[in-house]
Design a protein around this ligand. Structure first.
Ligand code: PLP
Length: 394
């Protein structure tokens, strides 16, 4: 008998209805008529690239975030690359990036021809450790790229204070933090530019690829619009060498529909996180499991609900057998990725990021998650704790 069938016999629910990590079908079903109508509108008008629907979404998203300008682009990685280029950061420049982030945060620095310089993460928030930023600054440093990882805003005030002292630009990577607030203000609109991804599984996700940069700087916005469209402001007149990084009309139309639901979805995510925390509190109190915390300065939007334990791999296996899908964000910190071998980093360079890479486990999290599904996830974790070394401390 396989472990899966054995666990299915003990817990028949797991075989019939696995708890998915994310359920995009559930979201689509809940707003199907609105999405279908928006896509039909684009088909009827053939405004496939940029166009009216994208412009309307850009206005609405800028207003939502509290920024003067929004420039829709083809994905979140392009958003970061173009934000750097529009701020005139490129060859010979260094950009400080957390070692604990999705690879694209650093990759976009490299594709903007600048060099990423890594900074370790904070043990509690998993975002950039503001106490370690200054030691990484050299005479070539031009920018800091804090990442609002998992939906938790990075502690921006110390970042701005350091940036002001060293004359650095702050560009926010808000790819996982649509709607999150730092000291009451939405993330993305607080630095020189803020970069968003609309990858389908994000809190605000397109029906395909999408991204945006928001900014209050009109000149940065003008350069962004040129860079995303072959360096051109006027058709067939090209001021600079740019890219084809335009947002599609269908994505603009879909995103405008979904934006209207974003606050409600984020509230549901926050409620699910609170329920997870309640159910798993005994394991946290015993020291068996670390749970994500919302900092006093932040309104966390829980793009991911990431727990930590030394028994991560065994717990993930157990949950898989119990029909609970999980993820690891991320198994290898960016400084140890083969793509950055030339930077000659070694294990031990950023110990907290490396520790988290060994310990993090993302539980199912999406707005449509049910109370029953959350209870099943928590129950399966508790079952594991009873039969494993986690139980030693409970
Ligand atoms: C923190 C972070 N930065 C950047 C990106 C890149 O966004 P995209 O996948 O849309 O290129 C992502 C997307 O997964 C992300 O999570």
């Amino acid at each position: 008998m396989t472990a899966h069938t054995e666990s299915a016999i003990r817990n028949p629910q797991s075989a019939i209805h696995p708890v998915p990590f994310v359920d995009l079908q559930a979201q689509y079903r809940s707003i199907k008529s609105e999405i279908d109508a928006a896509i039909q509108r684009v088909l009827d008008t053939s405004a496939f690239i940029l166009g009216r629907e994208v412009e309307a979404f850009e206005r609405e998203f800028a207003e939502y975030v509290g920024a003067q300008e929004c420039v829709g682009v083809s994905n979140g990685t392009a958003a970061i690359q173009l934000a750097l280029s529009a701020c005139c950061i490129g060859a010979g420049d260094e950009v400080l990036v957390p070692a604990n982030t999705f690879f694209a945060s650093a990759e976009a620095v490299s594709t903007a021809n600048a060099s990423p310089v890594f900074v370790d993460c904070d043990p509690v928030t998993s975002t950039i450790d503001v106490n370690k930023i200054e030691a990484a600054i050299t005479e070539r440093t031009r920018a800091i790229l804090p990442v609002h990882l998992y939906g938790q805003p990075a502690d921006l005030d110390p970042v701005f204070e350091i940036a002001a002292r060293h004359n650095l630009v702050v560009i926010e990577d808000a790819a996982q933090a649509h709607g999150a607030r730092y000291k009451g203000r939405r993330t993305g609109a607080l630095g020189r530019a803020g970069c968003f991804s609309f990858y389908p599984g994000k809190n605000l996700g397109a029906c395909g690829e999408g991204g945006a940069v928001v900014t209050n700087d009109k000149e940065v916005a003008r350069r962004l619009r040129m860079l995303r469209d072959h360096g051109s402001e006027r058709k067939y007149h090209h001021e600079i060498i740019g890219y084809n990084f335009r947002l599609e009309g269908i994505q603009g139309a879909v995103l405008a529909v979904k934006l209207k639901h974003l606050d409600r979805w984020n509230e549901l995510r926050r409620a699910h996180a609170a329920r997870y925390r309640e159910l798993l509190a005994p394991l946290e109190e015993s020291g068996a499991l670390s749970l994500p915390r919302e900092m006093s300065y932040a309104e966390h939007v829980h793009h991911l609900f990431v727990v930590q334990t030394d028994e991560r791999d065994a717990l993930q296996k157990h949950l898989g057998e119990a029909g609970v899908q999980t993820g690891i964000h991320y198994p290898v910190p960016v400084h140890l990725q083969p793509a950055y071998a030339a930077l000659r980093h070694a294990p031990g360079d950023f110990p907290e990021s490396e520790r988290q890479a060994r310990r993090v486990l993302s539980l199912p999290m999406f707005a449509e998650l049910t109370e029953e599904q959350i209870a099943r996830v928590a129950e399966a974790i508790k079952q594991f704790a009873v039969g494993s070394r986690l139980s030693a401390s409970i």
